[in-house]
Design a protein. Structure first.
Length: 78
């Protein structure tokens, strides 16, 4: 995700603690790391699962984007 490093750089000297963007975790990996205490914040491209909510994870919407992901691959419904 190319947007997060740009947003993090905008904080620069304005914050007492550093912001580090860890790439390529994906929603599942980021949320597992968050639940395990390895991260303070995770960005997810999907709603939280019941199990994640039960672990104490909560959603805080900080921005929305008009961009959508599309694919030419058909999804199976069976």
């Amino acid at each position: 995700m190319k947007l997060l490093p740009i947003l993090a750089a905008g904080f620069g000297d304005k914050q007492a603690s550093a912001l580090e963007v860890i790439p390529n975790l994906g929603s599942n990996g980021g949320l597992k790391a968050l639940a395990g205490g390895a991260l303070d914040i995770a960005v997810s491209g999907r709603p939280l699962k019941e199990e994640e909510l039960n672990q104490g994870l909560r959603v805080a919407v900080i921005m929305r984007t008009p961009f959508v992901m599309v694919s030419s691959t058909r999804s199976r419904t069976d």
